[in-house]
Each structure stands twice: as structure tokens, then as C-alpha cells.
Design a protein around this ligand. Sequence first.
Ligand code: LMR
Length: 327
Amino acid sequence: MYTLIRSFVLSTLILFSAAAQAEPIKIKFSHVVAVNTPKGQMAEKFKALVEERLPGKVVVEVFPNSQLFGDNKVLEAILLGDVQLAAPSLSKFKKYTKQLQVFDLPFLFNDIKAVDNFMKSPEGQSLLNSTEGKGLQGLGFLHNGMKQLSANTPLRVPADAKNLKFRIMSSDVLAAQFKAIDASPQKKPFSEVFTLLQTKAIDGQENTWSNIYSKKFFEVQDYVTESNHGYLGYMVVTSKDFWGKMPADVRAVVDKSLAEAIEHGNKIALEKAVQDKQAIIDSKRSNVVEITADQRAQWVNVMKPVWGKFEKEIGKDLINAGINSNK
Ligand code: LMR
């Protein structure tokens, strides 16, 4: 009897210590922006929530500023298991789905509220599964903001941009958008934009107030036009394989923490669109150009026909859902 009890106690102890020593699940989260941005802050919040709720079970390591991977490599890295989480901009999923191109259509969304409506609609929610066939699972959408145009000359009407070289993300819609205004689009990684602008290898770029401020683009661009011509946001993604293998109870906590972190990031996105624009104005390093309704109409007229070129790839239903989200 004594031996039985002893061996029971021993095996229980062994089991417990094995459990105590079980390696925590490691989530490497790689992104390209600064820490002090909507995405940077969302990632930090996610780490804090997960590690507080799952101590010793899950560890989150965040790698900002393209430290680990640029957006051209990060999705492959997820599939290879080198990182577990990323949130590339919606413009960078071309190899995995054509549907997300809807977010790049110029002047489709009037504002962030409209984008929010669209993302919450059944059509928007279905897009989280649009990369599933390629092994990537979308877990949520995060805002950055509306994009602005910057250059070393004031861009008031499309003709002002003629023949200028603009850095764009790796999106064919964005390439078509700049071709529509007779400018030259250059697909380049985010990490290279500052140097390309500084050395005048390119003339301009499009981005949100938060990215223009945090990456100091305003210090090497004389003008930023408040065009609000397009949207920049993200899909948080993981590999289907990694997500599926995570124990269900752990996955539920990670998922909930991510949803809360995204909410936090979205709040920061709205604040930064105002604060970072003001910080750029206050810096006096760059002039913010406001355009009239008439000038804006000229940008709309030349850029909007781009929609037609991508209607087949994106799907008319999705584009209509986007249009309806403005109501
Ligand atoms: C860009 O490349 O301009 C953006 O996608 C960067 C980002 O992640 O906000």
C-alpha cells in the first residue's frame, strides 16, 4: 500500500513539474511602423493583455520598425513559422487575395466611420477568410487612417503631380491610381521611404498623418496635401496551422485580447490623425495644403475611373458594399 501511495505521489509530482516546465507558446509579432503609432500601440497592448491573462503559458515578442521582417517577406515568414503574427497594410496581400484590393480604391470611403461600417458588414467580415486558401487566417482589422499626398511642390490639382515619382505600397490599384494622374508609381518597402525622399530618388509619397509624422517624412517633404483620397488599414494575420494547433482555451483568451487591443489601436488611430497632423503643422518643417471642394472634385474625377479596372478582380458586390457604407 505504502509503495502504491508513494508511486502515486511521485508520478503526480512528475506530472506537475512537467506541466510547470512546459514551454510557453511563443508569439512573435513583426511589424514595420514605429511603436508610437496605432499598430505599434495595438501590438504593445496585445502583449500586455495576453501575458497578464496567460502567465507562463503564452509569451509575446513584438518586433517594430521592420526589425525582423519587412512587409514583403512577413507573410511568407508566417507560413514558414518564423513569426506567428503580423498586421501588414491591406494593400500588401495581393499574392494571397485580390479581394482586399477594395480598400485601396481611391475615394471609395468618405471617412473612417464608413470603413468601420464596411468592416463590420457581412461582406467586410467575410474578407477575414479571404486568404484562408493560402494558409493565412485573418483575425481582425485595424485602422491607421486616411492617406494624404506629400511632395516638394504643393499638390492642389492632379496636374500638379504630373511626371512626379511617388512611392507606393505593393498594390496594383495604387499603381493605377498614380498612373491615372500621369505620375510614376514606384513600389518600395516602407523602410526605404525616408531615404528615398531625402535623396530625392523619389518626389513624393502617400501615407497617413501618423506614418508621415512618426517616420519623419514631413522633414524631407515641403508640402503635405490633405487629400484624404484613400484608406490605410491592416489585417492582423496568423497561420491557419499555428492558430488551429493552439489549445482552444488559450486561443479564446488570445483572440479576446486581440479584439481588445484592436479597439485600443483604433482609438489611438483617431487621436493620432488629429494630433500628428497638428504636430507637423507646429514643426514648420512642412506646409499642410488644404484643397477646395472644386480641387477635390478634380482628383475624384481622374482617380475614380480606376475602380472599373479592378471591378472583376474585387467583385462588384464588395465594391457596392463599400459604396453603401458611406450612408
Ligand atoms: C506603408 O508601407 O506605407 C504602410 O503599409 C506602413 C504601415 O504598416 O502602416
